[in-house]
Design a protein around this ligand. Structure first.
Ligand SMILES: Cc1cc2nc3c(=O)[nH]c(=O)nc-3n(C[C@H](O)[C@H](O)[C@H](O)COP(=O)(O)O)c2cc1C
Length: 197
């Protein structure tokens, strides 16, 4: 069994739902398994530190997860056309892993959620790729051979999986969005499997 790290931040649950679909796609590839992890919130002023272990949901990522996994899917809500600070904060602490080449040559994929249809999904996905390229990762997207890329009326892009959550954050992940997130996880795991065997 080889693991794929599905690392996400989600404040209100939309990106977490996408992460679950990506993880199911990873698990659909024989011999591959999703390792789902999250990051704690960050704040300029801290009343009390985040618990060492989250009270619910995915565990917090550790540096060892990066070394142990054969690839990584990275997910964040869109914040003004960019990734959210908690995920960026984690990535900014990866100097030692960059110096050691921990992620070099491993495949990666990105996913995001926005409130609005044209609220910056592609900009967020492209900017999330930049640190991954600095680490030497091989970024994979979603090919147009996935039929839902042509039929979706909400999220789903060739740059990565996406969801449009609505301005009240009340839209469930659509069938097309789910299928495309699954396809991304499956493709990432299949590429990682080829690269490691
Ligand atoms: C500070 C802030 C900035 C945001 N910026 C954008 C944006 O640029 N475009 C957009 O469509 N939605 C934006 N949103 C909405 C979130 O991206 C959206 O609700 C997302 O689905 C939340 O994901 P989550 O439920 O996983 O936290 C923003 C939300 C916050 C709190």
């Amino acid at each position: 069994m080889a693991d794929i790290l599905v690392l996400y931040y989600s404040a209100t649950g939309s990106v977490r739902s996408l992460a679950q679909a990506v993880a199911r796609g990873v698990d659909s590839v024989e011999g591959m398994r999703a390792r789902v992890r999250t990051v704690p919130k960050v704040a300029a002023v801290v009343d009390k530190p985040a618990p060492a272990v989250p009270s619910e949901g995915a565990p917090y990522v550790e540096a060892s997860d990066l070394a142990e996994c054969a690839g990584m899917a990275l997910g964040s809500p869109t914040r003004f056309g960019n990734m959210a600070a908690p995920l960026k904060f984690f990535l900014d602490g990866l100097g030692p892993e960059w110096a050691r080449g921990t992620l070099a040559g491993k495949p990666a994929a990105v996913f995001t959620s926005t409130a609005t249809m044209h609220g910056g999904q592609e900009a967020t996905l492209l900017s999330m790729m930049l640190p991954l390229l600095h680490h030497g990762m091989l970024v994979v997207g979603i090919p147009y051979t996935e039929p839902e890329l042509n039929s979706t009326r909400s999220g789903g892009t060739p740059y990565g999986a996406t969801h449009v959550s609505g301005s009240a954050n009340d839209r469930p992940v659509s069938e097309e969005e789910t299928k495309l997130a699954f396809a991304l996880g499956k493709r990432l795991a299949a590429v990682a499997k080829k690269l490691t065997t």
